[in-house]
Design a protein around this ligand. Sequence first.
Ligand SMILES: C[S@@+](CC[C@H](N)C(=O)[O-])C[C@H]1O[C@@H](n2cnc3c(N)ncnc32)[C@H](O)[C@@H]1O
Length: 275
Amino acid sequence: MTPEQFTEGIAYSEDNFQNDQAAHLKVDKVLIREKFDLDGKRILDFGCGMGGMSLWYATNWDCTVYGLDIDRHHIKVARHVQEKHGIGNVTFDKRNILDDPLGEDERFDYVFLNDVAEHIDYPILEAIFVQLEKGLAPGGQVFVTYPPWRSPYASHVTHAVKVPWCQFLPPKVLHRMIEKNNLPIVGEEESDLLQAYYGLNHLTHERLLKVVKAAGLRPVYRKSHCILNRLPGLGRANINFFPLDFLVTKEFLLLERASTPQVREDADLRQELSR
Ligand SMILES: C[S@@+](CC[C@H](N)C(=O)[O-])C[C@H]1O[C@@H](n2cnc3c(N)ncnc32)[C@H](O)[C@@H]1O
């Protein structure tokens, strides 16, 4: 990582941590504030990257946060920002939980994956969810947020090429466009935009449901954030059916252990989640 990339990473992390309006995770923050009271909770920020969200949880609630990520560069930035701001209730580790699984004493009330699940190959993603299920405290929940593949942002690819729905271009054309706009990024595991593109797993709600169900988790809440939510009267609408699902920019899925006794028997909710 060059000194310039390190500085860039710090600025990115601080923006996510200190600014609720920062574009990257703005919608996540609104929903998390609305849905969760994290006071007194143990939180795992899985794939915490440069730590912006971990530090945001730690400074907005009286909670303890464990941020882990597979990328050494990201954790280096996260630790730097944590030390710079003197935040005590967070621990960051470079860790691969498939090689070094969570121990008996590592149990969490909430596990967050903000923009992580779309970056991991399916067999590995399923094995990770198996570990995360084991890491839940009784009544614990997992909250997964991601930009779906069908979205105008093509998971994240549109940010690189500035063409909405570019995922539907012929693969060779898209490869050339990304190559033309290619830039180095902070990661050690993925160190430029082209590598990041090939690391995407083309995640959809249906695909994610299969993965989490196989790992012994069940969905209890889904919100699809759609461009049409900007229209008057549609602010809270869940618009995720064909063909309007192509306008969904972010998906949110809350999960609990499939073995947890079901409190809600809500037919509409079940239908919504099984779509
Ligand atoms: C797009 S970044 C999101 C970072 C952070 N959650 C955020 O919202 O700013 C995805 C992160 O997932 C991490 N990641 C990918 N595979 C992982 C794995 N197997 N275990 C832990 N982290 C992983 C990457 O290193 C990267 O930091």
